[in-house]
Ligand binder design. Structure first.
Ligand SMILES: O=C(O)CCC(=O)C(=O)O
Ligand SMILES: [Fe+2]
Length: 371
């Protein structure tokens, strides 16, 4: 019998108590970028950022070398502690916050097994809290509700999300410049993301209970729906699907673990970036499975700041990607995009064909990776 170790390791301290990520497994190659050099406009780091955006859609940013970055890491530590307390609450307390029962904001609690991980409707092995940035900031409240533990820590979540916003806006400015969208345009990317009620941006706490021998994924293969995800975790388990085109001749297309690195977070691009860039930027397909090796005995906590477009923002080409042909086309708003993907992934109403309906921007890759 497996004894579950149910600690919530934080990003900077706590790593030493965890078994190490194995050295003998193949890992996805993800560019490492220094936050300080990026902020200073270092040409090499900008090149790394953009080549990641155009290939794997994932980059690792070292936050130890800026004041903002260190605040972000400190804030993340607090969020991991909050996650441990929150997920320890009785199931009925958490289910009271069930996101399916409080309006259509897609905020609140997602219970263990509430989503599917494959086309047969197999249930997931993760629980999540999605805490809306608007709710945290107190800028108009969605109909979502949150338990007392979360409510008592809104001020900490506010600092964490403010740091996340500042940091992701820095990246959005770079992407806007590349897409030829100037600061005075209504489409300037930072302007499309607010922390008000009218936004899907949120802080997400996740826990995958230990389930070392399970074949099914803990969290389904997917692309992220929104703009940018900043992801913190100490244990392995996250995998990227890498096609042959991104690998060397001696490697095979398939799922590769991403190695967690202390003092860093992963930043990945979501479907909105693909739509706005008309496919130039990539939103890669990823999933969460049991952590590798000895790490599999541990419950896996992760934390993300999701920056998502405001609900009414269209998922259409912007800036230099606008053409006579595509400006005539109809595109969904972000809200429509998110609702379609969320509803198709529900386990309680799942029926044949829903899996396919929940697709994002995976395109051809999805056929290979999600089969
Ligand atoms: O926990 C992780 O490492 C990934 C989570 C994820 O992909 C998501 O919440 O969208
Ligand atoms: Fe994701």
């Amino acid at each position: 019998m497996v004894v579950e170790n149910d600690a919530a390791p934080s990003t900077l301290d706590g790593w030493d108590s965890l078994p190490p990520f194995p050295t003998n497994i193949p890992v996805a190659s993800v560019n490492n970028i220094s936050h300080a050099r990026l902020l200073n406009g270092d040409a090499e780091e900008l090149k790394n950022l953009l080549s990641s955006a155009r290939t794997t859609g994932f980059v690792r940013i070292d936050f130890t070398d800026t004041e903002l970055g260190r605040r972000f890491l400190d804030g993340a530590d607090k969020m991991f502690k909050l996650a441990a307390k929150t997920f320890d609450l009785p199931a009925e307390v958490k289910l009271n916050d069930n996101m399916l029962n409080h309006g259509d904001a897609l905020l609140g609690y997602k219970g263990l097994g509430a989503s599917v991980v494959d086309k047969d409707g197999t249930r997931d092995n993760n629980e999540q809290y999605w805490i809306g940035c608007g709710d945290i900031a107190g800028e108009g409240h969605s109909r979502a509700i949150y338990n007392d533990v979360l409510n008592a820590h809104m001020h900490e979540m506010k600092s964490f999300q403010d740091t996340g916003k500042e940091m992701t806006d820095q990246l959005l400015m770079v992407f806007a410049a590349v897409l030829g969208i100037s600061a005075d345009s209504p489409d300037y990317l930072p302007k499309l993301h607010s922390h008000s009620q009218n936004s899907g941006s949120h802080v997400r706490l996740l826990k995958c209970p230990s389930r070392p021998s399970a074949k099914a994924a803990n969290l389904q293969p997917h692309t992220d729906w929104g703009t940018l995800t900043v992801l913190f975790n100490a244990l392995g388990g996250l995998q990227l699907y890498l096609p042959q085109s991104l690998l060397g001749p001696d490697q095979e297309a398939g799922w590769y673990y991403v190695k967690p690195e202390r003092g860093t977070a992963l930043v990945n691009l979501g479907d909105a970036m693909v739509s706005w860039s008309d496919g130039e930027f990539k939103s890669n397909i990823h999933r969460v499975v049991a952590p590798p090796g000895e790490q599999a005995q541990w419950a896996r906590y992760s934390l993300a700041y999701f920056t998502r477009p405001n609900h009414d923002v269209p998922m259409k080409p912007l800036g230099r990607k606008i053409t006579a042909a595509n400006s005539e086309e109809q595109y969904p708003t972000f809200k429509e995009w998110a609702m379609r993907r969320a509803l198709a992934g529900r386990a309680d109403t799942f029926k044949k064909g829903d899996w396919e309906k929940g697709q994002g921007t995976e395109g051809k890759l999805a056929v290979e990776a999600r089969a």
